[in-house]
Design a protein around this ligand. Structure first.
Ligand code: GLV
Ligand code: GLV
Length: 308
């Protein structure tokens, strides 16, 4: 906000709340705007673009993900898009590692037992989980974030790092990553980490067939987008012992209703989409999205423009 006002090139109309803007408010507020700064919780579709009208030149999202925007409609109207890759990679990778360890080593269960008196004594097999040392880790989508996750996991003593995706990546050499078919990754990994973007190909990728190919001692982790997972199938895999545990930073919907069956499971750790939530990362994302917006408004370079 400070950056935008200081630039003196635009009038700013701000939804001044931490809560998401109501749809009607967005449709009203966007009318006639030349630029729009939005969040991943704002669905930017034809209706919003039509409400904005022909002035709209740029949309800047405070996220690396852009699945909430109808890119075909945006392209048709010649609107530029800014987003925030790179600056949130480390924070998101760090959170994913924390989530993996929480699910694998059963941290939330342990914390709960300490609080509710379930901790009676030290017991040899009580709250045992799975460790990274000597394990095989599979990363689905070895992009910027996937690679940052791999780089952090390898020093835990990971024996093999497998990855799958559309193509083999030259940067995988740094973590001795082996490019394998998805089925091989699922069959051989002790930890399956999803770090791909949400696209028509990855939507619902993690379904019954997917989980059935995993080891029943394996831990599943997703910090990309909720709809990559079929949650009913995941629930079934977790309750039937098809897989050992899951850690999710993203769900469908967000927030997940408090009575959702996944939340009743001890072997499922669910976080409220906090991958990039460090003070410094969110600050940098805010500044970058403001700079992207300004570049779009002024018709100059945007520091992080999405090509689509
Ligand atoms: C977070 O999920 C983002 O897309 O930035
Ligand atoms: C995808 O989210 C990436 O940055 O790798």
């Amino acid at each position: 906000m400070k950056i935008l006002s200081a630039a003196g090139v635009c009038e700013v109309s701000l939804w001044d709340s931490d809560e998401p803007v109501q749809r009607e408010e967005l449709l009203r507020g966007v009318q006639g705007a030349h630029g729009l700064l939005c969040l991943l919780s704002d669905k930017i579709d034809a209706e919003v673009l039509d409400a904005a009208g022909p002035n709209l030149k740029v949309i800047s999202t405070l996220s690396v993900g852009f699945d909430h925007m109808a890119l075909d409609e945006i392209k048709k109207r010649g609107i530029r898009v800014g987003y925030t890759p790179d600056v949130l990679t480390d924070a998101t990778a760090e959170l994913t590692v924390a989530l993996l360890l929480s699910a694998a080593r059963r941290l939330p269960e342990g914390v709960e037992e300490v609080k509710n008196g379930g901790w009676s004594s030290w017991k040899p097999l009580w709250l045992c989980g799975y460790g990274l040392s000597g394990s095989t880790v599979g990363v689905i989508g070895l992009g910027r974030i996937g690679m940052a996750i791999a780089r952090r996991l390898v020093p835990f003593g990971v024996k093999r790092l497998l990855y799958s995706g559309r193509t083999a990546k030259a940067h995988a050499a740094e973590v001795n990553g082996e490019f394998v078919p998805l089925d091989t990754l699922l069959a051989e990994s002790d930890f399956v980490v999803v770090s791909c973007s949400l696209t028509p190909e990855t939507q619902g990728l993690c379904d019954k067939a997917f989980f059935s190919k995993m080891k029943n001692t394996a831990v599943f982790v997703n910090s990309s987008r909720g709809t990559v997972v079929n949650q009913e199938d995941l629930h079934e895999a977790l309750t039937s012992g098809k897989i050992a545990a899951a850690g999710l930073d993203v769900t469908t919907p967000e927030p997940l209703p408090t009575n959702h069956p996944l939340l009743a499971l001890k072997n499922c750790v669910v976080l409220p989409h906090i991958g990039s939530a460090t003070y410094s990362t969110r600050g940098i994302m805010g500044a970058l999205s403001a700079q992207n917006l300004l570049g779009g408004l002024q018709g100059t370079d945007m520091p992080s423009e999405l090509t689509f």
